[in-house]
Design a protein around this ligand. Sequence first.
Ligand code: FMN
Length: 251
Amino acid sequence: MFEPRLALASLSGEADAEWAKQGAEWAGAAFLGGVSLDEPTRAAARGIVADRDRSEFLPADPVAFVDRQLSALSGVDVRPGINVRSTTAAPVREVAAVAAEHDAIVEINAHCRQAELCAAGAGETLLRNPDRLVPLVEAAASAGADVSVKVRTEHAGVDLVDVAGRVEAAGADALHVDAMDSESVVADLAAATDCFLIANNGVRDEASVREYLDFGADAVSVGRPSDDPAVLERVADAVAASRRQKGQSAD
Ligand SMILES: Cc1cc2nc3c(=O)[nH]c(=O)nc-3n(C[C@H](O)[C@H](O)[C@H](O)COP(=O)(O)O)c2cc1C
């Protein structure tokens, strides 16, 4: 999926091509976005900007925006991904076709927990409604892109292993799991799926990298400090050292 096995995780309103370029020295992948694709999720993003101290990407034409951002990464040594929010399959298919042209990963956001996005039926509510998540994954896969699904743990009433099986069957290639304070869920997912598993939340140093890789993650990702070279260098060194020790190094 990508090497080295460190990804930069989406930060709405911040994670653009410039951000990815700045982390490319250490990361093998960079998930731009999230970008809201359809009217319900765009209205939710407008509400988040209006009501809270949050920034969002709200370009006039989200698919053209993604195309421009991915084009700006052409020749940069990092695999791009694009994290998208949608309640409907058609715009996911459209953006996935653009992603496929750039060999980028489309990441379906079943993770965000802002009330506005949840009320629209997007983000983490998709974990409770896999019947609505599956068509989004199928739409992305049908356009020929590699597909990741971003999920989070600690969502009442959600069996993440079951969701993982459903999205894998629908064509997902990767699972990007925000483990919150339930790191061992990574081991449950690693045992249950053949998807490439990216572990996220609190990845900052050797101990946090080792914990996730020992639980069976294929890669780790860094979100909030993804603009901090000191953190990225420390995490990248820890990933390389841990994978060397396990005999998994690509070099
Ligand atoms: C300001 C902010 C915006 C975020 N926006 C998104 C988003 O649009 N899509 C997404 O999947 N995750 C989003 N996240 C979650 C991060 O990608 C990541 O999963 C989370 O911050 C935990 O990882 P960390 O401990 O390395 O920061 C956001 C997080 C923050 C703090």
